[in-house]
Design a protein around this ligand. Structure first.
Ligand code: FAD
Ligand code: NAI
Length: 476
């Protein structure tokens, strides 16, 4: 059967890009349908990404705090603390289910039609849907937005079975704490999920191909982060590649070698997490038949207005170029909806998209790194301020690591315009919003330094780092 009314916009994919675009377009008066095949809205982010990982990061952090830090704050837990993993997982699922159902509610409120099924491009102006509950549908669409996200990239020597060799999806639902865990990839997923299981009791070793962790993050911040993680007893094998894997007697054995060739070794683990990146999800969409062009990296090619090579077909989020982040997907979705509705001339400044790693302490960055400025030949001034000299960080000190880390500010040497802000430290993910806004508004570091910041707050460290770019901070 064919859906009755032709739609102004049909969105394929109900992740943070697609669902936000659907709501925005409906608010702008368009008739919108969102097609999602997973049986729940929210995409990777809400179902198997941002939200469940942050639930486990927070729960495991509370456990570590209770174990290591409560005593220092004068809170005695006489019976000791223990983990109830099923209860922790239930809390995670309650968060996920509450939020995904919430989006269904928002769809109803904004009159977005939700179709549960797998969508693909049909003929021109048509989306064909294989419905989850059986049968097919054809929806006529004036415009189509592809927001199908990404999937785990395969690492051929280490095939994922989601039991003992897991991707992030399996690592979010292990039914017991592995004694030894090896994480392949010292990027965001590896360090976040590695932190969860380390806190819950696993001995975690991270195997990273490069000679540093979190490539792309400002090197000074990454080095500080690396030292903190090592102090937390996370182990690292940098400059190392995995060449083969096998399962023996309930264990996983990994053959490793130096990345540049040479020294070989074998590691043993109860669980291996493969976290070496994600790739755009483009299967089964009929892209080739419809003539939608892809780039060399398998992403859908779009112009600055998210238009693909086919008229009235747009694409946003993880399936196109740029960082694979929920807030980037959401912002692209909102802007693309406005473009389709013919309002505004929005564009996204990718230099102002923040990146956050939700470990403890957190890492947050926006704008240019010091390495990028050097490479571009930009003359810059730099200010840093350590949390050790921030009164709130000192007062809250938890397990000795709350006061670790620093804020780093980079500014144009001549104009003092803020070019980058990089933080490793407590609540860095919240603190970075000030840097994002400052860069968006073209602020100088003097603007930040002359802005009154409440005392005692962690944000005073940001102000003092800004002071340090053109003079001296007060407290260090
Ligand atoms: P997705 O969220 O992937 O959504 C796409 C949706 O399209 C999916 O639900 C899929 O089922 C559906 N779909 C695909 N094909 C079809 C089809 N043919 N028909 C119908 N539906 C289809 N980002 C952050 O910013 N912060 C974080 O803290 C964070 N944590 C993460 C943790 C993990 C473990 C992972 C894996 C990712 C994390 N990310 C995080 C990244 C974030 O999840 C993605 O960047 C974001 O979800 C991308 O949004 P999207 O809408 O482009 O795609
Ligand atoms: P990533 O790109 O962040 O990190 C992958 C790491 O694996 C890199 O350090 C890379 O050098 C290393 N690597 C690649 N191949 C390797 C090999 N063969 N052996 C050893 N190491 C190898 O990718 P990750 O962590 O899988 O995350 C995927 C995406 O999900 C990221 O793009 C990220 O943006 C997003 N994400 C975002 C989060 C956040 O915003 N907090 C949390 C989790 C994921």
């Amino acid at each position: 059967f064919a859906s009755a009314a032709p739609q102004d916009l049909v969105i394929i994919g109900g992740g943070p890009g697609g669902y936000a675009a659907a709501i925005k377009a409906a608010q702008l008066g368009l008739k919108v349908t969102c097609v999602e095949k997973r049986g729940a809205l929210g995409g990777t982010c809400l179902n198997v990404g941002c939200i469940p990982s942050k639930a486990l990061l927070h729960s495991s952090h509370l456990f570590e705090e209770a174990k290591n830090s409560f005593g220092k704050h004068g809170i005695d837990i006489n019976g000791g603390v223990d983990i109830n993993l099923p209860a922790m997982m239930k809390h995670k699922m309650d968060s996920v289910n509450g939020l995904t159902k919430g989006i269904e509610g928002l769809f109803k409120k904004n009159k977005v039609t939700y179709v549960r099924g797998a969508g693909k491009l049909g003929g021109p102006g048509e989306v064909a849907v294989e419905l989850i509950d059986g049968g097919q549908d054809k929806i006529q669409a004036k415009n189509i937005m592809i927001a199908t996200g990404s999937e785990v990239a395969k690492l051929p020597p280490v095939p994922v079975d989601e039991e003992v060799i897991v991707s992030s999806t399996g690592a979010l639902k292990l039914d017991k704490v592995p004694e030894k865990m090896i994480v392949i990839g010292g990027g965001v997923i590896g360090l976040e999920m590695g932190s969860v299981w380390r806190r819950l009791g696993s001995q975690v070793t991270v195997v990273e191909f490069l000679d540093r962790i979190v490539p792309g993050v400002d090197k000074e911040i990454a080095d500080s982060f690396f030292r903190i993680l090592k102090k937390q007893k996370m182990k690292f094998k940098l400059g190392t590649k995995v060449v083969a894997s096998r399962k023996e007697g309930g264990k996983v054995l990994l053959d490793i070698e130096a990345s540049k060739g040479g020294k070989a070794d074998t590691l043993e683990a109860d669980v291996v997490l493969v976290a070496t990146g994600r790739r755009p999800f483009t299967h089964g969409l009929g892209l080739e038949e419809a003539g939608v062009k892809m780039d060399k990296m398998g992403r859908i090619d779009v112009d600055d207005s998210f238009r693909t090579s086919v008229p009235n077909v747009y694409a946003i989020g993880d399936v196109i170029k740029g960082p694979m982040l929920a807030h980037k997907a959401e912002d692209e979705g909102l802007i693309c909806a406005e473009i389709i509705a013919g309002v505004g001339t929005g564009h996204l400044d990718y230099n102002c998209v923040p990146g956050v790693i939700y470990t403890h302490p957190e890492v947050a960055t926006v704008g240019k790194t010091e390495e990028e400025l050097k490479e571009d030949g930009v003359e810059y001034s730099k200010g840093t301020f350590p949390f050790m000299a921030n009164s709130r960080a000192r007062t809250n000190d938890v397990g000795g690591d709350f006061a670790q880390g620093m804020v780093k500010v980079l500014a144009d040497k001549k104009t003092d315009k803020l070019l980058g802000m990089h933080i490793v430290g407590p609540n860095a993910g919240e603190l970075i919003a000030e840097g994002v806004l400052a860069i968006e508004y073209g602020a100088s570091t003097e603007d930040i330094a002359r802005t009154c910041h409440a005392h005692p707050t962690l944000s005073e460290a940001t102000r003092e780092a800004a002071m340090a770019t053109h003079g001296k901070p007060i407290h260090f």
